[in-house]
Design a protein around this ligand. Structure first.
Ligand code: PLP
Length: 405
């Protein structure tokens, strides 16, 4: 069993008080806090090896390049990618999805082709496809959900056809916590010859993801939601697809030779990494992976699952409470409303007690529209959260309900 009290000691930020109360950080789906190991790795990079990568022959350049490429290897191993060249570093999930839309989309999707997304998608997995469809006159289709926040798989089967060129759906919902049946989604799409991009921003922090077992074509996620630094993300892609795709941006590093009468592009992954990359954060990401693997990703998942169940039980008797997102398969995201009360008011009263939750539409406006609500209050749990924190949260939520109702 994992001991969150011991783990908390690795997170300096959690030691502080907010509004005179010990900080209770339940906004992990937005971004997680960083352990000292990651913060130290960042400082260590700048104090001992800062240099540009892949360019110099000097000592520091080689050291920085080695550390940079070690992270690529660690990411590949973590998600069971066949080769480290299939791991592309980006700024985050958003950029990873935009890369696929701009490069794969612009070249392999045309007029009348169909792209399927779902009602519960984050704006990052909606807007790039809307932009592409406008440009290419392709058709965007939206897979509906039921009231519990689950994808309607029968409708999905009916939407798929040989016109479907791409399916882009999230693995885990940031707003509801729903874990989607992505294996089945991918298998059914492949039967029609469609490619699949999975937005894994909320999955990799909680689950062991195996891109080969999933047989997924593209998989995107962000370091900052998994105890790593901000400004660093990953795109995994199948080799044949990445090799067939043109570069997303032009500049240094992504070329083999530049002449005024023509330029030849570098091999993957460098073809997609124009300019000086976010070296320090990439290097520090390795410390985040080591940290998660040191605790054990299964143990983290189990702990978060226990917290979710404990939190559901703890707040179920709060007056006016309504859980939003009651899928059978759920990650540690607890979205709710107090009937008749604006989520922001609940968030502000909790903040006054040092409790950080998220309020609003969670970058999923179409989902909120479908559910007929302006937004929710969202508490999302990570490895360092405890049942004692949930006890305080439930007590303060009850007090907030008494004040607001
Ligand atoms: N997709 C999902 C499901 C998310 O939860 C988020 C962030 O909240 C994103 C995409 C965007 O991630 P980023 O802002 O790191 O690019």
């Amino acid at each position: 069993m994992l001991n969150p009290e011991l783990i908390r000691r690795d997170f300096p930020i959690l030691q502080q008080k907010v509004n005179g109360k010990p900080l209770i950080y339940f906004d992990n789906a937005a971004t997680s806090q960083k352990p000292r190991q990651v913060i130290d790795a960042l400082a260590h990079y700048y104090t001992s090896m800062n240099a540009n990568v892949h360019r110099g022959v000097h000592f520091l350049a080689e050291k920085a390049t080695e550390a940079f490429e070690e992270t690529r290897q660690a990411v590949a191993q973590m998600i069971n990618a066949p080769a480290k060249e299939q791991i592309i570093f980006t700024r985050g999930t958003t950029e990873s999805i935009n890369l696929v839309a701009a490069s794969y989309g612009r070249n392999f999707i045309g007029e009348g082709d169909e792209i399927i997304i779902s009602t519960m998608e984050h704006h990052s997995n909606i807007v790039p496809w809307q932009m592409l469809c406008l440009e290419k006159k392709a058709v965007l289709k939206v897979l509906p959900i039921n009231d519990a926040g689950e994808l309607l798989m029968e409708e999905y089967r009916q939407m798929l056809s040989t016109r479907t060129k791409l399916v882009a759906v999230m693995h885990v919902s940031n707003a509801l916590g729903t874990v989607n049946p992505v294996s089945e989604i991918i298998r059914l799409a492949h039967e029609q010859g469609a490619k699949v991009l999975i937005d894994g921003a909320q999955a990799v922090p909680h689950y062991l993801v195996d891109v080969q077992a999933l047989d997924v074509d593209f998989y995107a996620f962000s370091a900052h939601k998994m105890y790593g630094p901000t400004g660093m993300g990953i795109l995994y892609g199948k080799r044949d697809l990445l090799e067939a795709m043109p570069p997303y941006m032009g500049g240094g590093e992504m070329i083999k030779e530049v002449r005024f009468n023509g330029t030849t592009y570098n091999d993957i992954p460098y073809k997609f990494e124009a300019g000086t990359p976010n070296i320090a954060d990439v290097v520090a990401m390795k410390a985040a992976i080591d940290y998660m693997q040191g605790i054990g990703q299964q143990a983290i998942a189990q702990h978060e699952q226990n917290l979710l169940q404990y939190a559901v039980d703890s707040i179920s008797s709060v007056p006016g409470i309504r859980l939003v997102g009651t899928a059978k398969q759920k990650a540690s995201v607890l979205s709710f409303l107090i009937e008749g009360v604006h989520p922001m008011d609940v968030g502000m009263l909790l903040d006054a007690k040092g409790i950080a939750v998220r309020t609003g539409n969670h970058c999923a406006m179409p989902l909120m529209e479908r559910l007929g609500i302006p937004g929710t209050v969202r508490a999302s749990f990570a490895v360092y959260n405890t049942e004692a924190e949930i006890d305080t949260f439930a007590k303060e939520l009850r007090r907030a309900a008494d004040i607001l109702l």
